[in-house]
Structure formats: C-alpha cells, structure tokens
Design a protein around this ligand. Structure first.
Ligand SMILES: Nc1ncnc2c1ncn2[C@@H]1O[C@H](COP(=O)(O)OP(=O)(O)OP(=O)(O)O)[C@@H](O)[C@H]1O
Ligand SMILES: [Mg+2]
Length: 318
C-alpha cells in the first residue's frame, strides 16, 4: 500500500470554500516553531508569505524542510505559531485542509505490485474523487495522461523508474484538484531529462495553486520558482524572488580559477563561498566588499553564492 502519511480525504465542493475564488490566495506562516523530543529545534520562529505559484523552499540536509512541509500537510503539529491559507487555519482546521491538499512526501513506503491505473483509482476512491466509477476512470486517465504515464498505465508501479514514480506521485497528489500542493524534494535522483519533464509538469500546475517545493538543489529553485526562501537549522535566512536573492550580493562576489594549493591558502585568507572543479581545476568564489586583487574578477552573483553565503553566515552566528 502506498504511504502518503496515511491520510486520505473527502473532496470539497467549490461552494464550501469561498476563498478558492480569490485569485491571489496566499499562505501566511507566522512564528512557526517546532522542537523535537531530544532537543533539535527543527523550526525556529519561521515567518513567511507564500503566494500562488511556485515557491521554492531551499535548504541543506536537516534544515527543517520536511518538518515544515509535514506541518503544513497536517501530518504533525508545531509547538507554536500559525499558518493561514486565505481564511483557512491550517494548523487547527485539519479536516478542511486535507480536503484541498495535495502532498508528495519525500519518501514513499513500499511501492505495490499494482498497475498505475488500479492504484490511482484506488486512491481516488479513498479520497472521494469522482461521483461515479465512470467519472473516476475519466479523472484517473486524464491525470495519467497529464503526467505522461498513460502509455505505461498497465505496468506495475513497483517496476517504474525513479522519474516515473515521481510523476505517479504528482498524479496522486493532484487527485481532487488541490489548492495547496506540497512536494518534498521531488527531483532527488531524477536524470536531467526526467527533471525537465517534472519541472514542466509542476510549473503548469503552479499557475493556479500554491505550490511549495522543497529542495537542496539550487537549480530547481532558479528554474522553477517565482518566490523562494532559504532555511538552515530551522531558521529562515532569506525570503523573496531568486533575482532579489542574487541582488543581495551584487558587486561582492569575485571568482578565480586556481591550483588546489592556492585554494588551500585562499581558504585561510579569504571568505570563500564556494569552490567548484571545472575541468579538474578549482574555480573559487569569494565574498569581498572590495576588490581582493590577486587576479580575482568580479562576477554576477548566482543563487548558489547566495545559498552558500547565507548558510556560512548562519553557522558563524550560531
Ligand atoms: N521525528 C523526529 N524526531 C527527532 N528529530 C527529528 C525528527 N524528524 C526530523 N528531525 C530532526 O530535525 C531536523 C530537521 O529535519 P528535516 O527532516 O525537517 O530536515 P530536511 O530539511 O527535510 O532535511 P533533508 O534535506 O535531509 O530531507 C534534523 O536535525 C532532523 O534530524
Ligand atoms: Mg526532508
């Protein structure tokens, strides 16, 4: 059986949710905190506003992304704070939230040896999607077409590739026409072709609903998301658009290709943001308010510079 947090829901009618008609619905998170038994503060007073469209939650391993997403998906409780989607109180009105939520967890349980059609129909039935079996079949086939699995709909989901499984995961998350779609690290393990297909699928969906995507892959955010945040150790380090993020470092990122030996010295003497091997030779990005000399050239900051420099600053501040 597919594990999606173990919660499946009844469908809302449009009339029962007047806020659906608001075109620019926002999710407003305020002062959300969560400390696990054992003392890890996974969410540390997080506040942010997430508008309709694709929102990227960017953070390294252990940042608190899944904790935040499971909380918004009503699968676990926060210690304090609030999250409102329009007039819907996400933390306290869980039943209504589940009626309009699509959730793709970071990890599924065991994939069943059942065809995509059978499994999706089963999930649709549990979720109360479709007023008759004929309507349900139409919805299921439409979704399988949308995620480009129609040609392999008769195959066992257990034998699907990673990318196909993720697309199946999106199909199940889209059952019932959710207004809030939460996808937790959906591109991990996908090859570039599958990742592109997945991007296209998500950005189509993101035109009309609030989509929150978590990732540690900077390109996911850069290519897909209109708005984003960076979190690390449960703290919100940045919220805004990717270009606003890049603008925060304008004129202060300097790059140089150097030997590995020079890199060792550089790491001691300068504020190294990142070093990447290009054709086996380190290309180093450093942060500096002024021209650091030594052959460094000013470059346009990229999102990766922002990501690494924010995390570095947060580690220093801890
Ligand atoms: N059930 C739990 N009990 C105790 N600690 C937990 C639990 N779940 C997560 N944590 C801790 O909370 C912190 C945040 O974890 P979380 O899974 O939210 O991070 P993440 O950003 O999703 O990481 P990843 O990119 O690895 O999925 C980590 O330090 C993690 O070890
Ligand atoms: Mg996670």
């Amino acid at each position: 059986m597919l594990r999606t947090g173990g919660r499946l829901f009844h469908l809302p009618t449009r009339d029962s949710f007047p806020f659906f008609t608001k075109s620019r619905m926002q999710l407003v998170i305020q002062n959300l905190s969560k400390t696990y038994t054992g003392g890890v503060r996974a969410l540390d007073n997080i506040s942010m506003t997430i508008p309709t469209g694709m929102f990227g939650l960017l953070g390294p391993n252990g940042a608190g992304k899944s904790t935040l997403m499971r909380t918004l998906a009503t699968l676990q409780n926060a210690d304090s704070g609030s999250a409102m989607l329009g007039d819907l109180d996400i933390l306290n009105d869980k039943k209504r939230v589940r009626e309009m939520l699509g959730y793709l967890p970071q990890e599924f349980g065991v994939y069943p040896r059942t065809s995509a059609t059978v499994l999706l129909t089963h999930l649709a039935t549990l979720k109360g999607v479709g007023r008759s079996s004929a309507e349900r079949r139409e919805i299921v086939e439409g979704l399988l077409q949308r995620v480009n699995l129609f040609n392999v709909r008769g195959k066992s989901v257990a034998n699907y590739s990673g990318g196909m499984r993720q697309r199946f995961g999106i199909a199940q998350a889209l059952l019932g026409d959710p207004k809030l779609l939460i996808v937790d690290e959906p591109t991990a393990g996908l090859d570039p072709g599958e990742r592109n297909r997945f991007y296209n699928l998500l950005s189509e969906v993101g035109e009309s609903v609030v989509v929150i995507l978590s990732t540690h892959i900077v390109e996911d955010v850069k290519e897909l998301c209109t708005n984003m945040s960076i979190i690390h150790n449960g703290r919100l380090l940045f919220a805004g658009s990717p270009s606003q993020a890049e603008a925060t470092l304008g004129g202060r990122i300097w790059a140089k290709s150097m030997s590995k030996e020079e890199l060792r010295t550089c790491q001691v003497e300068m504020d190294v943001i990142s070093s990447k091997l290009i054709e086996g030779r380190p290309v180093v990005h450093v942060y500096s308010e002024d021209d650091p000399g030594k052959g460094f050239e000013m470059v346009a900051p990229n999102l990766e510079d922002v990501f690494f420099s924010q995390i570095k600053r947060n580690i220093r501040a801890a």
